[in-house]
Design a protein around this ligand. Structure first.
Ligand code: DMJ
Length: 665
């Protein structure tokens, strides 16, 4: 791991000078020190546990002392007496040590008699133990048990997340079943997404992953009995929202229920959790996608119109005629997978035309404006940002390339090139550091490359650390990637930026009174005259770095930060990401849980108690709780080199050719 350690400054700070591994103490010992080190286990302080080695040290110490004061009085007889005394001392201490060590290591008496070793004269001639290698600070953080919870602690934390999911579902199920979303405070439902029961479909694969059987039964029963009818009767829906939440949710549940007969065991989800009916899920998916496809086929260009009237099978543009760039470019994972499992290429063909066309458009170092005109096919305006309306364009450039492994080096190579160029643009034009404490953030260019830089970052941008980390290693661990020499300098730079940005995203939580992030933050930079109010947590080191304006103080239970923590934990294996996720989860529990069922959005995260906003977004169940659950899970569950999560956290399998699949078995 040495290759990457130099890039990881946080752990150095986290461990601090006192925590740095110091092996100097093993090198030069006085006689007194050697004896006292040996006795430490018995006096309660943490020290040498290898008593045989300690005895040897005493003998060595006496011998070397004798040598130093060689005065001719150290006879063979005296040496033998000394050896005998030492032997007796060794037997006494060794006997005592067995009970101590077994208790310390296993927490209970070791039953196996074979474990007890008889004193052996050879031990006296054993070399002193090899000193552990000097570890870089980041490795200390990783390997130091003081910083790590036991596996059973993570299992119990994961159980708490599952309970939170069931509590969220119970509120929805009691007061809003069949509506898109729950209003947990007024205890009723609301249809903000076209009336397709969006919370139900968004939640189903989370319930399958968690093994929340009752939710799986209720949700799949509702889908089987109602969704097809709803699709045929309902009016206007947004192409993007319906694709990522409803189509994505159906397809992921289809896959996790065994619909595509995927490689057994790839998902790591027990077969007993598969209780939904995959054939029905696929049938509904196709019906919905056939209607959504009209947004593509009704457009004069490759850029789809933004809305569809489901019952009429018609499509139209948004009132201002424009589509969001992210909306037009965040459809391909879902449509391509549907083509694969249905055998009908039309879905993939239409959706992929968007990227083929966008490839030809002018950009600013790979960065694109947040609007696009479906009638002209051109980007509109100059506003560049990775927050709302821009975000998942960058995410899907990478993820579509990852998903279609078969074509990564051929017809889809251009997607990775567009992604890589865009990330260079981000690093060059949008990344800055705060004063006074140097937090790294991604700002905006509202008036294009020649306009003024805005130090504003939406919480939505916090998807980026996860995407950067995935792009750097393609889903395998950093350790494995380094060992196999797979990381380019650019990959390493992107991974470093991912870690820096993830830190900033969590500080956006920790800087507020509630421990929950605002929707938007501004950052204090050199030369910026515009100050502003802080997050309210005066004990945060970053209280002066982060500005939270009154209209930006709400929290919608969004997932982006915990999404990135999940990906970064899988890739770097650094336990701090789990700890940060746990702190965020506890803040959700404390301030957003509603006793009667569900969780509520907040209006102001900077005041205590926080004022509330009566809405539980579907993505709290579809994404936020799913990512937290997976963050505390084993890494063989939905491994990132075999699964790609759509932007709504619905996992879909990486698609390989038959040859690639047989090679990877
Ligand atoms: C989700 O619907 C998706 O993650 C989307 O890409 C962005 N917004 C919400 C979550 O915040």
């Amino acid at each position: 791991m040495s290759g990457g350690s130099g890039h990881l400054p946080y752990s150095m700070r986290d461990v601090g000078a006192g925590g740095a591994y110091n092996n100097a103490k093993f090198r030069h010992r006085s006689r007194l020190k050697a004896v006292s080190t040996c006795l430490r286990p018995f006096t309660g302080s943490n020290g040498c546990f290898d008593l045989e080695w300690c005895i040897l040290m005493v003998i060595q110490s006496l011998a070397s002392n004798s040598n130093r004061y060689r005065c001719g009085k150290f006879t063979v007889g005296k040496f033998l007496s000394l050896l005998m005394v030492s032997g007796l001392l060794y037997l006494f201490l060794h006997k005592s040590s067995e009970g101590f060590v077994s208790g310390e290591l296993h927490g209970k008496e070791v039953q196996d008699k074979n474990v007890r070793r008889a004193p052996n004269i050879r031990t006296f001639w054993r070399k002193p133990p090899r000193l552990p290698p000097r570890l870089p600070p980041n490795e200390i953080y990783k390997n130091n048990s003081l910083f790590q919870q036991s596996p059973s602690e993570w299992t119990s934390r994961q159980k708490k997340v599952k309970e939170a999911f069931e509590h969220a579902w119970s509120g929805y199920q009691k007061y809003a079943m069949g509506y898109d979303e729950l209003m947990p405070l007024s205890r009723r439902g609301t249809d903000g997404l076209g009336g397709l029961g969006a919370t139900i479909v968004d939640s189903l694969d989370t319930a399958i992953i968690m093994g929340a059987d009752d939710v799986v039964s209720e949700a799949s029963k509702w889908i089987e009995e109602n969704l097809m009818k709803r699709i045929s009767e309902k009016g206007q829906v947004n192409l993007f929202e319906t694709t990522i939440r409803v189509l994505g949710g159906l397809l992921s549940a289809y896959h996790l229920s065994g619909g595509d007969h995927a490689q057994a065991g790839d998902s790591g989800i027990p077969v007993t959790y598969r209780k939904a009916n995959p054939e029905r899920l696929l049938e509904v998916s196709k019906d919905l996608a056939d209607r959504l496809l009209l947004a593509f086929t009704s457009s004069p260009t490759a850029i789809p119109l933004s809305d569809v009237i489901l019952r009429d099978r018609t499509a139209h543009a948004a009132p201002d005629g424009l589509s969001s760039t992210s909306e037009a470019s965040t459809l391909q994972l879902e449509f391509s997978y549907l083509s694969r499992v249905s055998g009908d290429p039309k879905y993939d063909r239409e959706a992929m035309k968007v990227f083929e066309h966008m490839q030809t458009l002018p950009k600013v170092e790979g960065l694109v404006p947040i609007y696009i005109n479906p009638y002209s096919g051109q980007f509109s305006g100059e506003n560049i940002r990775l927050g709302s309306r821009g975000d998942s364009y960058y995410e899907y450039l990478l993820k579509v390339w990852v998903q279609q492994e078969e074509y990564r080096d051929s017809s889809l190579k251009y997607l990775f090139e567009m992604y890589a160029e865009a990330m260079r643009g981000v690093r060059h034009l949008l990344v800055r550091k705060t004063i006074p404490n140097g937090l790294v953030f991604v700002g905006e260019l509202p008036f294009g490359r020649n306009g003024e830089f805005s130090p504003k970052m939406d919480h939505l941008v916090c998807f980026l650390p996860g995407t950067l980390a995935l792009g750097a290693t393609r889903g395998i661990t950093k350790k494995k990637a380094l060992e196999s020499n797979l990381l380019t300098d650019e990959d390493k730079e992107n991974l470093q930026l991912a870690e820096d940005l993830a830190k900033t995203c969590v500080e956006m939580y920790f800087v507020t009174s509630t421990g929950l992030a605002p929707e938007i933050a501004y950052f204090h930079i050199e030369g910026d005259k515009e100050g502003g109010p802080d997050g309210g947590n005066k004990s945060s080191k970053y209280i002066n770095d982060i500005i939270i304006k009154p209209l930006d103080r709400h929290n919608l239970l969004r997932p982006e930060t915990v999404e990135s923590l999940f990906v970064l934990h899988r890739i770097t294996e650094d336990p701090k990401y789990r700890e940060w996720g746990w702190q965020i989860f506890q803040a959700f529990e404390k301030y957003t849980k509603v006793d009667s069922g569900g969780y509520t959005s907040l209006d102001d995260v900077t005041s205590l108690p926080p004022s509330t906003r009566d809405k539980m977004e579907t993505f709290f169940l579809g994404e936020t709780l799913k990512y937290l659950y997976l963050l505390f899970d084993e890494s063989n569950v939905l491994p990132l080199d075999k699964y790609v999560f759509n932007t709504e956290a619905h996992p879909l399998p990486v698609m390989r050719s038959a040859q690639q699949s047989s090679q990877s078995v």
